[in-house]
Design a protein around this ligand. Structure first.
Ligand SMILES: Cc1cc2nc3c(=O)[nH]c(=O)nc-3n(C[C@H](O)[C@H](O)[C@H](O)COP(=O)(O)O)c2cc1C
Length: 135
C-alpha cells in the first residue's frame, strides 16, 4: 500500500521573482534527486502566495523527505491537508512544478476550505498528460 500526502505552505521568498525561480528549480532538483528510481512521485503547485505539494510513496520513504521539508527554512505555515493510503499512484514522476491559473487567484487564507481532492483536481487539470500515471 502506498501513502499519499498533501500539504500546503507559504514560501518565505517571492516565488515569482528571478530568485524565486532559481529556488523553485533547486527544490525541483532536490525532489528528483531524492525520488529514488520512481519510489517517490508527486507534483508541486505554485499559487500566488502559497505552495501545495502532493507526494506519493511508501510511508517509510516519504517520512524522511517530509521531515526535511518540515524543517526547510524556505517555507513556513506548513499545514498537512491529508495523508491517506492509496492503491495506485496518480503521478509518474517527482519534481514537476506547476503554476495553474486556478491557483494564482487563490490566496493562502482561502486554502483551508480545500481538501486533498481539490488539490489533486487542480494538479491533474494542469499537468501534461505524459506526467500522469496510468491514464
Ligand atoms: C516547498 C518545498 C518543497 C520541497 N519538496 C521536496 C521534495 O519533494 N523532495 C525533496 O527531496 N526535497 C524537497 N524539498 C527540499 C527539502 O526541504 C530539502 O532542502 C532537500 O531535500 C535537502 O536535500 P539535500 O539533503 O540533498 O541537500 C522541498 C523544499 C520546499 C521548501
Amino acid at each position: 500500500m502506498l501513502t499519499q500526502l498533501v500539504y500546503t505552505c507559504r514560501p518565505r521568498f517571492d516565488a515569482r521573482g528571478e530568485d524565486g525561480n532559481r529556488i523553485l528549480r533547486e527544490i525541483a532538483e532536490n525532489a528528483r534527486q531524492h525520488a529514488g528510481s520512481g519510489e517517490i512521485s508527486g507534483v508541486t503547485l505554485v499559487g500566488g502566495d502559497w505552495f501545495a505539494q502532493i507526494l506519493e510513496g511508501e510511508a517509510s520513504q516519504l517520512r524522511p523527505v517530509f521531515n526535511r521539508i518540515l524543517s526547510d527554512e524556505r517555507q513556513e505555515s506548513l499545514r498537512l491537508v491529508d495523508m491517506r493510503l492509496t492503491q495506485q499512484r496518480q503521478f509518474d514522476s517527482s519534481g514537476a512544478i506547476l503554476h495553474p491559473d486556478e491557483a494564482s487567484t487563490l490566496a493562502h487564507n482561502q486554502l483551508a476550505q480545500l481538501g486533498a481532492d481539490d488539490f489533486l483536481k487542480i494538479a491533474a487539470a494542469s499537468l501534461p498528460s505524459s506526467e500522469k500515471s496510468g491514464q
